[in-house]
Design a protein around this ligand. Structure first.
Ligand code: NAD
Ligand code: TDX
Length: 347
């Protein structure tokens, strides 16, 4: 099995690459990544010398490059994670999201159709629950919830999901799609809520809570998402969508209180120290109120379930950031400071 994983130097992608490289020594695994601000080869230090693994630097929106790569490599399958992934950045730069998430995905589909042996693998598109829009107080997203994306990010992911499904129907491509809730864990770029707040608490900076902190997200430990991707790639049914969630809804402000309390303990600061950093700031434009995922299809069909409680997962996550000071220092230097200032200083 010659398997292309795109976006393997990012947060979720690096966990998927690590799992596949360690679990499938007989596979040839190629990680294609542009190494944007979010891509980081330090995420893959422990597998970079493995004999079944190779890294290729490249941009999925570069048609010529993608065609040449696919023609040369003749992959059996693709697990496609490369994307612009941060909602706030999509509000300031929507076109970057069209280029990578929409055009990049269509380039991969065309190359897959033209150069791959469709009988040996499949095109697996990794997507998000945000394509379904927002929920009120009740109910959960199922695989048949109509799409209603509200941010430029989720609109670009919804579009790419539609292209994958349309290529399946029109050209008979074997594909599978999964839509997952908010991930947290090690190696996540500190622009997303949990690693941003861990970093700010550590350095005693304000914790910028959007709006009233009442928005609700369903959180899943990234290693559990990677395990789901493994079972869906190998055992999911072609042409199907699988929702993946943690059955773990948290109101932002409640999650932040838990994070503050765990951080106080781990940093040996008096209880209540980190909470003093909480600062309510201007809300995100178009901020979806609530996401909740029904993953019963995946659980019943493929026997997957989350492996840790949120308290355990969060504790392991904090420990990782505190133990990997160099990683955090590297990713929060340079360009990160400009992003941070633009996003938060005058907010
Ligand atoms: P990330 O931003 O951490 O990583 C994205 C990776 O894609 C980076 O390594 C980046 O260098 C690479 N990339 C970006 N543009 C590229 C391009 N044009 N060509 C090649 N590589 C490019 O993102 P993530 O959080 O790991 O998300 C991975 C995937 O999972 C995305 O498709 C995202 O939409 C989806 N997803 C994320 C979450 C979440 O909570 N983070 C939840 C559900 C689904
Ligand atoms: O500084 C902040 N303050 C704040 O209150 C940030 C960065 C976020 N928030 C809020 C906004 C959301 O309600 O926290 C919640 C989580 O925000 P993010 O970490 O930015 O995630 P979200 O917007 O929910 O999207 C994530 O989950 C689905 C990922 O970024 C997407 O890639 C994924 O598809």
């Amino acid at each position: 099995m010659k398997l292309l994983i795109t976006g393997g130097a990012g947060f979720i992608g690096s966990h998927v690459v690590r799992l596949f490289v360690n679990k499938y020594p007989g596979y040839e695994i190629i990680n294609l990544d542009k190494l944007t601000y979010a891509g980081n080869l330090e995420n893959l230090k422990d597998v970079e010398d493995a004999s079944n693994y190779r890294f290729v630097k490249g941009d999925i929106s570069d048609l010529d490059f993608i065609n040449k790569l696919f023609e040369k490599e003749k992959f059996n399958g693709v697990i496609h994670l490369a994307a612009e992934s941060h909602v706030d950045r999509s509000i300031t730069n929507p076109l970057d999201f069209v280029e990578t998430n929409v055009i990049g995905t269509v380039n991969l589909l065309n190359a897959y159709k033209a150069y791959c042996d469709l009988s040996t693998g499949r095109f697996y598109h990794i997507s998000t629950d945000e394509v379904y829009g927002e929920l009120g107080d009740e109910g959960k997203f199922t695989e048949s919830t109509p799409y209603h994306p509200n941010s430029p990010y989720s609109a670009s992911k919804a579009s790419s999901d539609h292209f994958v499904r349309a290529y399946g129907t029109t050209y008979n491509l074997p594909y599978v799609i999964s839509n997952c809730s908010n991930n947290y864990g090690s190696h996540q770029f500190p622009e997303k809520l949990i690693p941003l707040f861990i970093h700010n608490i550590k350095t005693r900076k304000p914790l910028p809570v959007y709006g009233k902190g009442e928005n609700i997200r369903d959180w899943l430990w990234v290693n559990d998402h990677a395990r789901a991707i493994d079972v869906i790639y190998h055992n999911g049914r072609n042409g199907e969508t699988y929702n993946i969630g943690g059955n773990n809804e948290w109101k932002n402000i409640d999650l932040i209180h838990l994070l503050c309390s765990q951080m106080d303990q781990k940093l040996n600061r008096p209880e209540g120290t980190s909470e003093q950093l909480i600062t309510y700031v201007k809300d995100r434009a178009g901020h979806d109120f609530r996401y909740a995922i029904d993953s019963s299809k995946l659980m019943a069909e493929l026997g997957w379930e989350p492996s840790v409680t949120f308290e355990e997962g969060l504790s392991k996550t904090i420990d990782w950031y505190l133990e990997n000071k160099e990683w955090l220092d590297h990713v929060t230097s340079g360009e990160y400071q400009n992003y941070y200032n633009e996003q938060y200083v005058l907010r």
